[in-house]
Design a protein around this ligand. Sequence first.
Ligand SMILES: Nc1ncnc2c1ncn2[C@@H]1O[C@H](COP(=O)(O)OP(=O)(O)O)[C@@H](O)[C@H]1O
Ligand SMILES: [Mg+2]
Length: 324
Amino acid sequence: MAVQINAQTAPRGGNGRPAILAEELAKSFGDVRALDGIHVQAQPGTILGMLGPNGAGKTTAVRIFTTLLRPDGGRAEVAGFDVVRDAVQLRGAIGLAGQYAAIDETLTGRENLELVGVLYHLGKYSGGMRRRLDLAASLVGRPTVLFLDEPTTGLDPRGRFGLWEVIREIVSDGTTLLLTTQYMEEAEQLAHRISVIDLGRVIAEGTADELKDQVGGEILEFRVADRSRLADAVGEVFACGIGAPQADNETGIVRIPVGGQGSGILATVATRLANASIDVTDLAFHRPSLDDVFLALTGHAAEEAEEENADGKRGRKRGKRGEG
Ligand SMILES: Nc1ncnc2c1ncn2[C@@H]1O[C@H](COP(=O)(O)OP(=O)(O)O)[C@@H](O)[C@H]1O
Ligand SMILES: [Mg+2]
């Protein structure tokens, strides 16, 4: 994607300070504690993924980082600027695109409105195209730190992969990026470090690999050929792992958390199933996915089905009302 960006550059990172920092950051809306004291940080030139389900507090955090909303507890800084004290300077160093980034709130290069002007005619464009334009607008003024709030939510896989490429290109020159997402794969593909958030708190933090290590060990998986034997299969292997097996009725896949027990358990499981005359395919070890991580940490899945309206508005059940 060719984006002409203006050349008035802010100095980039390099002084040892994190480019994005939040400490004990808190924000409530009435009774809703949208952010309950989060800590996050991103080193200059890296991508920080904030991964969490709808309502986790991601947009609230982005709005605070970009000075659209004031925190009511803790502190945050971006590019060395405090979000409250140094709001004006901070705005000169950032770009924002995403879920609710109203175009007239684009914070950098307000003077470069020709590009932004294009964005007022969003109706003409497909979801992916509109998202790219939104991204282009966020680059006006050449931000040091870029915030992309669920940039690919609602896009089909092709649009998503396309946007990932664009994002990689954008950050390849040393821009720091905070990316929020509900998609495990997106965090895994793009982020150097991931902060997993749920209900306004950071519940885990690390690289994708570190997060997987927290879940502990591996998962033994197999597929039961005859679905009517699925329950029998689960019964046979119930005590083999370090936790209860999970069975998927649709796919016939059974997953057993096995920790670090090694390959011995493979033989045990195969023997038990064979003795019970249950045919299985695809018997193999897997490293846990980020989905497994999220499920283990929160007891629920991170991704939620979401519809995009016919007119392309990104509709949300929660967190939709604008404030500030
Ligand atoms: N302006 C607002 N007024 C009232 N409640 C809000 C507002 N913005 C967000 N919330 C609530 O704060 C919580 C976090 O919302 P949000 O930051 O939008 O989460 P996410 O972006 O992770 O989906 C949700 O429970 C949401 O309903
Ligand atoms: Mg959001």
